[in-house]
Design a protein around this ligand. Structure first.
Ligand code: PLP
Length: 284
């Protein structure tokens, strides 16, 4: 496997960063994950837009131009010979003696890797997955795709220990923000398709945004608003969205069956429509 590290392509075993990289010491950095699906980079531009947004919010200088970044991604795909993969890239504020203040003269550090994707199993797609709910203990800027992910890791680990695929995070007011690495959707008991509104409480998923576009194109009504755990437990359908899972049905929340306990028609349709749209992207 070949990685890209600060200007060079290197075998991943030889890829190294400085121990005083602020990403390593402070999680002072941001990242993106872009899916490569059957040779297609899915929603590359929106991912690059979000990367710019995250960098801007933290006042981290862009590591390179958008054109250069796109070249790096293509080169990684080519050198690793993959067609179904996840591209990961991160920028950190750079290398400087440890000090909380932003260093004066520092060069943004940038690394990128690619690995074969492990998409959800056929069973997960056909039968759905389970989630548990946990308190959302994250900070108030979840709109930034920060590499500081400890609360997300703790939640995912608890979910895994409980035999669940994902954790849905519940805020102090009882509303669900999102999953540990996915956005949350329900079809309510009275048939309304709902996902949390984009704001500081969630990462505005690129898959979420794509699903919203598809809903608009198809003329399917939906609401962007907070919904409670109780509303989710009473829902007819539930699903999650992310770059690695696309649209994935959820059939159990905290051990309670969602609807009839199998993926519902809205979820199945949206998954199909999402995959069809992804396949319309030109091959690299
Ligand atoms: N929410 C969080 C906290 C995430 O980390 C992610 C993706 O990693 C998502 C939502 C889904 O975003 P996307 O669809 O861009 O993968």
């Amino acid at each position: 496997r070949i990685a890209y590290v600060n200007g060079r392509y290197v075998p991943i075993a030889q890829a190294q960063v400085h121990i005083e990289d602020r990403g390593y010491q402070f999680a002072d950095g941001v990242y993106e994950v872009v899916p490569l699906y059957r040779g297609r980079l899915i929603d590359e531009e929106p991912h690059l837009d979000r990367f710019d947004y995250s960098l801007g919010e933290l006042e981290i200088a862009r590591p390179m131009s958008r054109a250069a970044l796109k070249l790096v991604l293509r080169e990684l795909v080519r050198r690793n010979g993959l067609s179904d993969a996840l591209l990961y890239f991160q920028a950190t504020r750079g290398v400087a003696p440890r000090d909380h203040k932003f260093p004066a003269r520092v060069k943004t550090a940038f690394v990128a890797t690619i690995r074969r994707s492990r998409p959800p199993s056929a069973a997960a797609i056909e039968q759905g997955v389970s989630v548990i709910t946990l308190p959302d203990i994250r900070w108030e800027r979840c709109d930034i795709k920060s590499i500081g992910l400890l609360p997300n890791l703790l939640a995912k680990q608890k979910a895994t220990m409980a035999g669940a695929f994902e954790a849905w995070l519940v805020e102090a007011d009882g509303t669900i923000s999102e999953g540990s690495s996915t956005n949350a959707w329900i079809v309510t008991a009275d048939g309304k398709l709902v996902t949390r509104d984009a704001g500081a409480a969630i990462l505005n998923g690129i898959t979420r945004q794509r699903v919203i576009k598809l809903l608009e194109n198809q003329g399917i009504a939906f609401e962007q608003r907070a919904f409670s755990r109780e509303e989710a437990l009473a829902a007819r359908e539930a699903f999650l969205s992310s770059s690695s899972s696309f649209v994935l049905p959820i059939t159990k929340i905290d051990g309670h069956a969602v609807g009839e306990g199998k993926p519902g028609p809205v979820t199945r349709r949206l998954r199909d429509v999402y995959v069809a749209a992804a396949l319309e992207t030109p091959v690299l």
